[in-house]
Design a protein around this ligand. Structure first.
Ligand SMILES: [Fe+2]
Length: 457
């Protein structure tokens, strides 16, 4: 009797009792031929799963000085810094990073052939540069173009292929899965916008096809990101504006994506798309991102050395990188034909320029979410109807664009009414992104969005 009492007081026995209470109803139901876990979890024809995939991050003023420590921890011994010539020749950022690496006994090489909006030919030069040199780690230093180029050089040298399009997303490429993890990659952004450090996607411009497309695979996500607001101070106002609005559109598009549980269940886990749709976690990230950009982008553009604004913009851009799980849709899809025809147009400009018309197109489908976007951007919506509140998101976006001296429309970028058919025919092909839109997009809808975007004001 004494033994039974002491057994009952044993904490493991107590836990067992709790578990028994918890599971007995299910066990009994099973005995009656009733509920099975497989019935509960997998009966829906739609997917029930979303992905929370975030790069490991250190954030804060001066954190880039810790690059040597992190590179060593990741096992790097011979590093290739991937950057652009402007950063290499006109700033001391490459030297700053290289010194911290050599301090830890790591060999450093630099490829500075990254161009804004990288093409397949430029990426090929980077692949050629590193092939046979034995680099065992990569550091993408710069804007999204440098980080994306580092991802692709890493991919194509770790898993070489004869055809560049093998890893490009369908229907343009073959969408071949990446066989195994890549070499370690530390991303160090010098712009606050692309969120590339937090996405498993690399955007590339296919010269022959005149089309921007992407390689996307979970293995492309960098291993670590060092987010140092100090490195973004030297970014000129025009690029602060374009990258900041890119970040804003990432967040708005991710927020208004089709919800993850309205997609059909994939045939296998490997076939689940990288962009799973909006979900409770990405919503939290991008809501904060929208709010921060609404508060700080004007200051970051007009007072470039305001470190507080730079701090919040870098954080906002990173949070907006949650689009790498949720997805982006119409403005990003329609940016590809614009930028593919004029490589001088920064990505963020090409994206944001159709943003207002795209939001107007979505108003009937996601009025609540657009209303929330408007409020996060500081719009007063009291007393307005549901439709008016939704429409105020577009007004808030236009007001921001005007305040930071954005071009007024694609006419300012050199496009006219006569280009719209060609742009729309190219845009409808970006099905990877258009499929994330909460409203089905037809060719005529795209024509109309481009037409309205000729002059936003
Ligand atoms: Fe973007």
């Amino acid at each position: 009797m004494a033994r039974a009492t002491s057994f009952a007081r044993n904490p493991i026995f107590t836990i067992f009792q709790h578990l028994e209470k918890l599971y007995n109803p299910i066990i009994n139901e099973r005995k009656r031929g009733g509920i099975y876990l497989s019935d509960l979890a997998y009966s829906s024809p739609n997917d029930t799963v979303f992905t929370i995939r975030n790069v490991q991050v250190k954030f804060g003023e001066g954190v880039s000085t810790e690059v040597g420590y992190e590179a060593k921890r990741l096992g790097m011994t011979d590093v290739l810094i991937v950057t652009d010539r402007n950063i290499h020749e006109n700033t001391d950022m490459v030297a700053h990073i290289a010194d911290r690496l050599t301090d830890k006994g790591i060999s450093v090489d630099v490829f500075d052939g990254v161009h804004i909006e990288p093409t397949d030919a430029e990426v090929a030069k980077g692949i050629e540069y590193t092939t046979g040199k034995g680099h065992d780690g990569f550091i993408g230093l710069g804007g999204g173009s440098s980080i994306d180029t580092a991802k692709m050089i890493n991919l194509y040298t770790t898993h070489p292929t004869d055809d560049f399009k093998d890893y490009i997303s369908p229907p343009i490429g073959k969408g071949k899965p990446v066989p195994s993890p890549l070499e370690p990659h530390i991303a160090i952004p010098t712009t606050a916008g692309t969120g590339s450090e937090n996405t498993p996607i690399a955007v590339v411009d296919l010269v022959q096809e005149k089309l921007k497309t992407a390689v996307s695979h979970p293995y492309l996500l960098p291993d670590y990101a060092l987010l140092d607001p100090v490195l973004t101070i030297s970014l000129p106002p025009y690029y602060t504006a374009s990258t900041g609005m890119d970040a804003l559109l990432h967040s708005i598009e991710a927020y208004t994506c089709i919800p993850y549980d309205t997609r059909p269940r994939p045939e296998s886990p490997g076939k689940r798309p990288v962009y799973v749709g909006s979900n409770p976690v990405s919503d939290i990230f991008v809501e904060k991102s929208i709010e921060l950009i609404g508060r700080h982008v004007r200051t970051a553009c007009h007072e470039p050395t305001d470190l507080e604004a730079r701090h919040h913009m870098l954080l906002a851009a990173h949070l907006g990188g949650a689009f790498g799980n949720a997805g982006v849709h119409i403005p990003h899809a329609l940016s590809y034909p614009i930028a593919g025809r004029n490589h001088e147009i920064p990505h963020g400009v090409a994206v944001c320029i159709t943003g207002a018309a795209a939001l107007e197109f979505l108003e009937p489908k996601v009025p609540e979410k657009l209303g929330r976007v408007a409020r996060l951007l500081g719009e007063e919506t009291g007393g307005l109807s549901k439709a008016e509140v939704a429409a105020s998101a577009k007004e808030a976006l236009l007001s921001l664009m005007k305040d930071i001296d954005f071009p007024s429309g694609i006419a300012d970028l050199g496009f006219g009414e006569e280009d719209i058919d060609e742009l729309a025919s190219a845009g409808i092909k970006i099905s990877r992104l258009l499929s994330c839109s909460p409203r089905r997009v037809k060719l005529e809808d795209i024509r109309e969005i481009y037409r309205k975007s000729l002059h936003n004001w």
